[in-house]
Design a protein around this ligand. Structure first.
Ligand SMILES: [Zn+2]
Length: 182
């Protein structure tokens, strides 16, 4: 039986954020492999197959040991993975790469924008698509960033992962982001 308690501080502080229920598993090389349930993550740590790279503030108590609640795990041994086809830039995968944040205003995004408009020769590829909110997408229309005087916070890139994380509405955990983009 596993229970979670805050790692530190009295119980009188602000209510803790809900514990993550999924953990990003990295190969020993640092390449993202897959997303595992918290239960599976704990088993991997307890059996010595993985170590905790990033943890949430809380600690899992089992009968014998204490484990920081894992958010990102790394395998202790490299596993060979046959090359997988890269994920194409779909609405879902682009929103996932950009953590559902609009590239132009930083607000919540639920659309995908072609930075260089498709109507003007922009291609549908990872380096030309960003998550955008409907408002910015509408304002931008078929204009270029130069015409609008807008800038991107960073250059869009293909994600490192070759899998899609979770279900249709799934979001990545913020702590995963630096492992998921090359
Ligand atoms: Zn926006």
């Amino acid at each position: 039986m596993l229970t979670t308690v805050p790692a530190q501080g009295p119980a009188t502080g602000p209510a803790p954020a809900p514990a993550p229920t999924r953990t990003l598993l990295l190969n020993a090389s640092g390449e993202p492999l897959c997303v595992v349930t918290m239960h599976r993550a704990v088993v991997l740590v307890m059996t010595g197959k993985a170590t905790v790279l990033e943890s949430e503030g809380r600690v899992l108590h089992s009968a014998r040991e204490q484990i920081p609640l894992p958010v990102v795990l790394v395998l202790t041994r490299y596993v060979h993975v046959p090359s997988r086809r890269p994920v194409p830039p779909t609405r879902r995968s682009v929103l996932q790469r950009d953590d559902h944040r609009c590239a132009y205003c930083g607000g919540g995004a639920d659309t995908v924008d072609h930075v260089h408009p498709r109507s003007r020769g922009g291609r549908h590829e990872w380096t030309n698509v960003v998550a955008a909110c409907a408002r910015c997408n509408h304002r931008k229309a078929d204009r270029t960033l130069a015409e609008l005087g807008w800038e991107l916070p960073s250059r869009p890139r293909a994600p490192r992962w070759s899998f899609t994380v979770g279900g249709a509405a799934a979001r990545t955990e913020p702590a995963w982001s630096r492992y998921l983009v090359a």
